[in-house]
Design a protein around this ligand. Structure first.
Ligand code: ZN
Length: 139
């Protein structure tokens, strides 16, 4: 693990939360991106070496919608950047952590990602992410 890459925050509406975080952080959102496979629309803010990722569900039964139903809006996950995501997944799996994906999947902001179930990490949903180096294949 290298550093905290970003912190994910579940929100009901990006249209409300982007201006709120722009006012809070005093900077503009630099990217809004939909991740179809996760049924989320994301908005990113850069902050020093870190980022904030706001997540809005694009589907009423999607993971973020269900999360907000249960817990309300707020902190959703912490993402760590890693050099070699497959090696890190193997290491964590061998150490007893419960991975939610068997292989890395495409995440937002040009990353390959994998999530760890919060049950195996003190209630914190963890995302591993690695910069994608492949050429644009299918977005
Ligand atoms: Zn994330």
């Amino acid at each position: 693990m290298q550093k905290i890459e970003h912190i994910g925050i579940a929100v009901k509406k990006l249209s409300d939360s982007i201006p709120l975080f722009e006012a809070l952080l005093h900077r503009s959102c630099y990217k809004v991106e939909t991740v179809e496979s996760e049924a989320v629309k994301t908005a990113f803010f850069g902050l020093g070496n870190n980022k904030l990722e706001l997540l809005e569900s694009t589907d009423p039964s999607g993971i973020i919608a269900r999360y907000i139903e249960r817990f309300g809006e707020g902190l959703h996950h912490i993402a760590f950047s890693v050099d070699d995501i497959e090696a890190e997944m193997q290491r964590l799996s061998a150490a007893g952590f419960h991975l939610l994906q068997e292989k890395p999947v495409k995440g937002a902001d040009n990353k390959l990602v994998c999530f760890l179930h919060p049950k195996s990490s003190n209630g914190v949903l963890i995302e591993l992410c690695m910069e994608r180096v492949d050429k644009k294949v299918d977005g």
